[in-house]
Design a protein around this ligand. Structure first.
Ligand SMILES: [Zn+2]
Ligand SMILES: [Zn+2]
Length: 271
């Protein structure tokens, strides 16, 4: 039986004869059902029409994106750490070339995902990569559309899962919204892989939304709280959810602080 994938967001559902009745990820107020309606594809159908491209994002960081663009245009980032390769975030298309390339780079020891818009076909990736564990924050458990024993839910605000590698739950866009902090990256400069929990924006800042497509912002209090949780972590670079929308190669800590201040100044205007 095929495990159908939502064309609009890339989320895969458990194997079934019939297509799912709806996609809760799309129906959610953070997303939208396309005007043309909900439609579905199989992984084989996706492989026939798309491929993945690998690009060097920065030292020890490789981005993986599907071309032509599929779903929300997500990208994954392979973090090549001394503790093993970590797949940060996930995309719907996984094919033989992708598996061959990842294995050629030393395989994948863990998969960690920022929030449900990137869960996509995470189960397929884990199975194709030797059963790599998938770390998801428990606060977003309800958004897992295809459950699997590879999924390991974690709780609280931080999860150190390998030396120098910490998942940090900031919330915001989703209750379990998570970023990955790699302390030792690039000779100790440190990097934050931020998904769209901190969305890197073209001005070279980051910004924050509950829904990006529907323009529903987060409150000042929520963004302040996110900044507080992030405060203990040092980082020079920040790489976000999408290619071509800017990246922060240096001074990341100061840039995030300035971004929080400018966001709060706009959202919390008092006459
Ligand atoms: Zn969907
Ligand atoms: Zn999102």
């Amino acid at each position: 039986m095929p495990a159908f994938i939502c064309n609009a967001c890339g989320t895969q559902y458990p194997p079934s004869e019939a297509v799912p009745a709806a996609c809760p990820i799309c129906i959610d107020d953070r997303q939208f059902v396309p005007a043309s309606g909900q439609s579905w594809i199989t992984l084989q159908g996706l492989r026939n029409a798309h491929s993945n491209k690998f690009r060097r994002l920065a030292t020890a960081l490789t981005s993986i994106e599907t071309t032509p663009t599929f779903g929300i245009g997500q990208r994954a980032i392979l973090a090549r750490t001394p503790a093993g390769n970590v797949l940060w975030d996930c995309i719907a298309l996984i094919d033989d070339a992708t598996v061959d390339l990842l294995n050629g780079l030393g395989g994948v020891t863990a998969i960690a995902i920022s929030h449900p818009h990137y869960y996509t076909t995470m189960v397929e990736w884990s199975r194709a990569l030797g059963g790599a564990p998938i770390y998801l924050h428990a606060a977003d458990r309800q958004w897992v559309m295809r459950a699997d024993s590879a999924v390991q839910f974690w709780e609280g605000d931080t999860k150190p899962f390998a030396p120098g590698l910490t998942l940090v739950r900031l919330g915001g866009h989703f209750d379990g919204g998570t970023v990955l902090h790699w302390a030792d990256w690039s000779e100790g400069r440190g990097v934050l892989l931020s998904g769209d929990i901190l969305q890197v924006v073209p001005s070279g800042h980051v910004s924050f939304m509950w829904s990006y497509p529907n323009l529903l912002p987060l409150s000042a209090a929520t963004v302040r709280r996110m900044a507080e949780i992030l405060e203990p972590f040092a980082f020079d670079a920040v790489y976000g959810a999408f290619s071509g929308r800017g990246q922060i190669d240096t001074n990341g800590k100061q840039v995030v602080a300035a971004s929080v201040a400018r966001y709060i100044a706009r959202i919390d205007e008092t006459p």
